[in-house]
Design a protein around this ligand. Structure first.
Ligand code: 5GP
Length: 193
């Protein structure tokens, strides 16, 4: 996606350890115009698939997922990382190891919001080793829901996430694919999603 790649080139900052900081438009401050355009691309790709729910994980997945859900005309459900006192119903739960925070957390979704009737599109901001996505897939499997595919805003293709998901038979659609973050430079895999 050209606007996204241009924005990463302009405002993305490479941190050590293969991490890309995009806090001025994705992960902290959010650009709603770019997010809406991202949502439209994901919705267009999956429009014919009869998606019933868009599912993401808090917090940074919510913005692109919300626009995607709006364009598809379906609800957004986001998995919560901490259990709220108001979540007193039965929960689907999975363990997720966070690449950036380096801790394992329990993520959960109320059973009432994901069922065997659902055809799910997963959305997340980054794909690194695929652990967040794997956790979301586990929640869908527990619910008996079908996972139609996953939309990723920024894929770090030098990590294992895509391979992990494709080996599970999941269709992966990434809007920016990063080949390397070496020497402080962002190198893209040249293709247009
Ligand atoms: P994975 O679970 O695929 O290993 O990592 C994906 C999750 O880690 C995303 O939900 C995102 O929050 C975070 N993440 C992974 N790599 C990066 C990165 O380079 N930059 C930022 N800002 N977040 C990342």
């Amino acid at each position: 996606m050209k606007e996204l790649v241009a924005r990463i080139k302009e405002d993305g900052r490479v941190l050590g350890d293969g991490v890309l900081k995009v806090d001025s438009f994705v992960t902290h401050q959010v650009d709603p115009v770019l997010m809406e355009a991202i949502g439209k691309v994901f919705a267009d790709v999956f429009r014919a698939a009869n998606i019933t729910k868009v599912v993401t994980i808090e917090a940074s997945g919510i913005a692109p997922a919300l626009y995607t859900a709006q364009k598809l005309g379906v609800p957004l459900v986001f998995a919560r990382k901490s259990k709220s006192l108001t979540m007193n119903e039965e929960l689907l739960t999975a363990q997720v190891y966070s690449f950036t925070k380096q801790v394992t957390s329990t993520v959960s979704i109320s059973k009432k919001f994901l069922t065997e009737d659902d055809n799910v599109l997963l959305i997340d901001d980054f794909l690194a080793n695929g652990q967040a996505a794997k956790g979301l897939i586990e929640l869908c499997q527990q619910a008996g829901a079908h996972v139609e595919g996953i939309g990723i805003v920024i894929e770090k293709s030098f990590q294992d996430g895509r391979e992990l998901l494709e080996n599970m038979g999941i269709k992966v659609v990434s809007l920016a694919r990063i080949a390397s973050l070496k020497a402080g430079e962002v190198e893209f895999i040249e293709e247009d999603a």
